[in-house]
Design a protein. Structure first.
Lengths: 499, 564
């Protein structure tokens, strides 16, 4: 067995075997469940990185197994340049979320199931990106939903005034499944038209009637927009992000949302030509702008700090959709980069929010304040996260926004681009408000005659990932060339590669 | 050699500022440290001034240094053109002078803690050095991306001053406000340079600006609007002078340099670069002239009604900025650089004088004399600029006349302050305490001032500038209530209710009444028939025998009927 094949198997196999072990022997493995989960996630991530040299050589590591031979459906896994950024983002986010969970979640009798489901969620996402066939893609796509839904249902933290976790899980399931069904219709149509479910065969060309092609593309975009939580299909997101336990929220926001973007790049943009995609450019750009502005406005109106960051995701996904809608080299490259940078920054901000909730036990922004003195390191991380999300150079998000905006101004729709760029001022408004209210000003619990605030004791496993992500936000911003290189390799695979 | 001077101009302030900021984070701020920090900043800015002077004297040279950061943006280079160097020199020297002007005695060894808390603030000193490094990078950058990054970093440093120096509540609020306003300008700058990059294929400032001529009308309009917005915010022309207002709360160095010099100079230099573009769009050119003129009239009136010189300076500078915009619209590119070089020392002089007039009675007469000299110089210079404007630049005579009046009024305001200081009348109570209004003119002036303050400053300006975030927030909340919690939730609730109700109805009609009802009715009928048969057959022997007899009779009847 070639080394690359082994690595590709490890990407999915390590978390899957660990999940099975955790589910099979929960009592015996409870004391080491967290370590096993962390180890499996680390192994999976390391395996992904080990595949990069093969990609640089021009190889495409793949595994092909017979699955449903009568239908011509195979169990094909592969990794290419389009897969790589998404797979590595998902793998890294999973590892950090599991490490964060060591500090934030109780190591009780349910821990093996919790970590097992987290790994299953990760398998769903990794499988979605690695799948080289439509049926396999959809299988992993649904696995991702089932695992995350179970995590919300069992471990969710519903507030007394808000909806119950059962209601939230149901809403999340139904909404995202609705999107999945739209995707499924398109996949089945493509399968019927080509007789194969392999991506490589689809990329070679699909002949559909013009009306059918339009329907398929529309359903793909709408279905994946549900996963990306684009306005007005975002309604599942705020509740799911708020109720889910923090490690799950981190994975949902930083990794799972990007699966929608991957879907758009993998299907409509890889299969159909520039001419076929052209009619969708303006609608995608407009939807992106609406989402960007609406999400930012909702973040300004919210009081729950978890929901503020959740709405921020709606806004940031708007930038990504806008970038993809430009159908330009810069726009698509910027959108892919934004997926990665958004993952870094959003994971960081959610981790910070988790630490704030850990220390204060409060989620209402009006009930917290002046935490900089109690949590200086977390404040520094939050400051970097906030400056990054408002695209202050040379932090990472600036690089991707720069490319997205540049792509937008290459199109004939300058006014749309101007609106997008000015819309980013709303991000500045809510991010600065969020940071200043939580970390600066007066602590509402502090009394003038009371003792000075003491530094909060925080679990290292919760602080260390935050510090790492803050450092990454700077490093990726200052040295963007390696990631740009990855993304540049992906672009010839999109829209016929005519750049 | 130019590389060494450049390092002295940029790298040394950057490293010193970073070191000071680091020291601030990890060690407590004692009076001795604050004084040491001040001395370090003084030395560094002095050194940077020397380096800037050396670069100016060496003339234009190539800098063998370039940096590729974003792969699609090309290499970032430095450009040692004379105008940029002059701007850097003026700004750096102003930083040195503003630090030098802080003539506060060192604490005595016996009472080291007596140093007032407002002087020698280590954060503002560190931020001053970082801002200087960023500003010099912006002046000398030959690449739009480099300049944008430098401008953003300068903006962040300037916005951080209130956060690190003021009280817990006021600091964060002002930081948010200042950054947001400055970011509005940077957003305009970003739009303009991205359009130019798209047209020219490069972000090198010279070729990119030249490509503006080939742009279509709408794209050129966006470029000009973006650049003008950036300039408008940075130079603090009305109504964007409001971000500079925050500077009045800081120590003199922060106020006079970080808030009143560096960003306006960056704005003026940008205006100098984009002036040729303005002439290519006559409609926008006219719009710039008239709107800046309107702003000038407004701020000049406000400045005249301010009794204290220090707050009036903000409005006088805003009027001066309006004049700069008019000059640019008229295509007087050279005049912009001259304006930058002339107003930088005068601005420092006026700020220093206004502080002295208020706080040091012994130096009040000297400050008054200097203010009057500065006022005369400025008026003369402004008059020269207006005269140049009148020389066939295509600006209407009505504009020229109005500008002349404004220039006289600005000069008059400086002279009025100087006279007050000279005659020792500069008691200068804080507004809104009224001066004795003995004559009708005084009373009228007082009423007008109060009205202007209420409607234009507090009412209009506050509502427009500081009211925007509140309005956005209100809109966001309304949207949230209406769409997020209202419309979307209602759609979902109603949809799910419709589906549930429909399912219940379907269940009742089809499942219960239709299919199950039919089945149940059939079963019931069969059961009843069976029971009836059963009733007639079982348990009753006599009745059963009767049945046998009846059946036999029926069989016989049938047989007969069949022909048997």
């Amino acid at each position: 067995m070639a080394l690359e094949t082994l690595a590709l198997l490890l990407v999915l196999g390590a978390p899957l075997v660990t999940t099975l072990a955790l589910f099979s022997f929960p009592r015996r493995l409870q004391p080491v469940a967290r370590w096993l989960a962390g180890g499996a996630a680390a192994l999976s991530l390391a395996a992904m990185f080990s595949l990069i040299p093969a990609l640089r050589r021009g190889d495409i590591p793949a595994i092909a197994l017979n699955w449903m031979p009568a239908a011509g459906i195979q169990f094909d896994l592969h990794i290419d340049w389009l897969t790589l950024p998404f797979a590595i983002t998902e793998g890294a986010v999973t590892l950090l979320a599991i490490i964060y969970a060591w500090g934030s979640e109780a190591n009780d009798s349910r821990a093996p199931y919790f970590y097992g489901l987290l790994l299953l969620f990760a398998v769903g996402m990794a499988g979605t990106t690695l799948a080289d066939g439509m049926v396999l893609f959809y299988t992993f796509w649904e696995l991702m939903l089932i695992a995350s839904c179970a995590l919300i249902l069992v471990w969710g933290h519903a507030s007394s005034s808000g909806p119950t976790r059962r209601a939230v899980a149901l809403k999340y399931f139904i909404f995202t499944h609705l999107g999945s069904l739209m995707v499924l219709v398109s996949l089945v149509t493509l399968y019927n038209a080509t007789g194969t479910d392999r991506f490589s065969a689809l990329r070679a060309g699909v002949t559909l009637a013009p009306g059918m092609a339009t329907t398929v593309i529309t359903l793909f975009i709408l279905g994946f927009c549900v996963k990306m939580a684009i306005f007005p299909l975002h309604i599942w997101l705020p509740d799911a992000h708020t109720v889910a336990p923090m490690p799950v929220t981190i994975m949902l926001a930083a990794a799972m949302l990007s699966m929608g973007a991957y879907g758009i790049l993998r299907f409509p943009m890889s299969i159909f030509s520039m001419e076929q995609m052209q009619p969708f450019a303006v609608p995608m750009m407009i939807l992106g702008i609406l989402s960007e502005i609406y999400g930012a406005l909702m973040a300004l109106a919210e009081r729950d700090i978890k929901r503020i960051i959740a709405y921020s995701s709606v806004s940031q996904m708007g930038y990504i959709l806008y970038g993809m809608g430009t159908l330009t080299y810069n726009g698509l490259a910027g959108a892919t980069l934004h997926v990665i940078y958004h993952a870094i920054v959003k994971a960081l901000l959610f981790m910070v929010v988790g630490l704030v909730v850990y220390v204060t036990g409060k989620r209402n922004i009006d009930e917290v304040g002046g935490l900089a003195r109690r949590m200086p390191v977390v404040t520094a991380c939050a400051a970097i996260g906030i400056l990054a999300i408002i695209a202050v150079p040379p932090l990472c998000v600036f690089d991707s926004e720069w490319m997205i905006f540049a792509g937008g101004l290459e199109t004939p729709y300058v006014t749309l681009s101007v609106i997008t760029i000015f819309g980013s001022l709303l991000t500045v408004a809510y991010a600065l408000w969020f940071g200043s209210r939580i970390f600066l000003g007066q602590d509402p619990t502090e009394t003038p005659d009371g003792p000075p605030p003491q530094r909060a004791k925080l679990p290292l496993t919760m602080v260390a990932p935050s510090v790492l992500l803050a450092a990454l936000a700077i490093i990726e911003g200052v040295f963007p060339a390696p990631l740009f290189d990855w993304v540049a390799h992906e672009l010839p695979m999109l829209l016929g590669g005519r750049w | 050699m130019s590389g060494v001077w450049l390092a002295g101009l940029i790298l040394v302030p950057l490293l010193s500022g970073s070191a000071l900021l680091g020291a601030l984070l990890f060690t407590p701020s004692t009076p001795r440290r604050r004084i040491a920090g001040h001395r370090i900043a003084l030395t560094v800015t002095g050194l940077a001034t020397v380096c800037a002077l050396a670069l100016v004297l060496n003339g234009e040279q190539d800098v063998p240094f370039q940096l590729t950061w974003l792969p699609n943006a090309g290499p970032m280079t430095f450009s040692l053109a004379q105008t940029g160097l002059y701007a850097a020199l003026a700004t750096t020297a102003a930083a040195f002078l503003s630090l030098l002007m802080r003539n506060v005695p060192a604490p005595s060894p016996s009472h080291p803690s007596r140093l007032p808390s407002t002087v020698y603030r280590l954060p503002s000193t560190a931020l001053l050095l970082l801002t200087l490094a960023a500003a010099n990078t912006a002046f000398l950058s030959g690449h739009f991306l480099g300049r944008y990054v430098a401008l953003e970093i300068a903006g962040v440093c300037i916005a951080l001053v209130p956060l690190l120096t003021l009280a817990r509540d006021a600091g964060p609020r002002l930081t948010k406000f200042v950054y947001l306003v400055l970011r509005v300008g940077d957003t305009g700058f970003l739009i303009a340079m991205l359009i130019l990059m798209n047209a020219a294929g490069t972000l090198d400032i010279g070729p990119a600006l030249e490509s503006g001529a080939a742009l279509s009308g709408s794209r050129l309009a966006w470029v000009i609007i973006g650049f003008v917005l950036a300039v408008w915010v940075k130079i603090g022309a009305w109504p964007f002078e409001s971000w500079q207002q925050a500077g009045e709360q800081f120590d003199p160095a922060s106020h006079s340099w970080t808030y009143a010099t560096v960003m306006p100079n960056l704005g003026l230099y940008l205006l100098y670069r984009i002036t040729p573009l303005l002439s290519q769009h006559p409609a926008l050119r006219a719009w710039v002239v008239w709107s800046s003129l309107g702003g000038m009239v407004l701020v000049t009136v406000i400045a005249l009604l301010k009794r204290d010189l220090r707050p009036a300076l903000l409005y006088l500078n805003a009027a001066q900025s309006g004049l700069a915009l008019c000059l640019a619209a008229a295509g007087l590119q050279g005049a912009i650089v001259t304006l930058l070089l002339a107003t930088t020392p005068l601005r420092l002089l006026f700020l220093w004088s206004s502080t002295v007039i208020q706080e040091q009675a012994s130096l009040r007469r000297m400050a008054g004399a200097l203010t009057s000299a500065g006022g005369v110089l400025l008026t003369g210079f402004n008059a020269y600029l207006v005269w140049q404007l009148a020389q066939g630049t295509g600006v209407p005579w009505s504009v020229v006349i109005l500008l002349a009046v404004i220039v006289v009024l600005i000069g008059g305001r400086y002279l009025q302050a100087a006279m007050a200081a000279w005659t020792n009348q500069a008691v200068l109570p804080q507004e809104p305490a009224p001066l004795p209004q003995t004559i009708a003119v005084d009373r009228m002036r007082g009423k007008l001032a109060a009205g202007m303050r209420a409607w234009l400053e507090v009412g209009f300006l506050e509502r427009v500038i500081t009211g925007i975030p509140a309005a956005v927030l209100k809109l966001a909340k309304s949207l949230h209530d209406w769409i997020e919690s209202g419309l979307l939730e209602r759609i979902i609730t109603h949809t799910s209710r419709a589906v549930t109700d429909g399912a219940t109805l379907l269940h009742r009609v089809v499942e219960q009444q239709g299919l199950e009802g039919t089945l149940r009715g059939t079963a019931k009928g069969v059961f009843e028939f069976n029971r009836w048969i059963q009733d007639r057959h079982t348990g009753r022997l006599r009745a059963n025998l009767q049945w046998v007899f009846v059946v036999l009779l029926l069989i016989v009847a049938m047989l007969i009927w069949q022909g048997w």
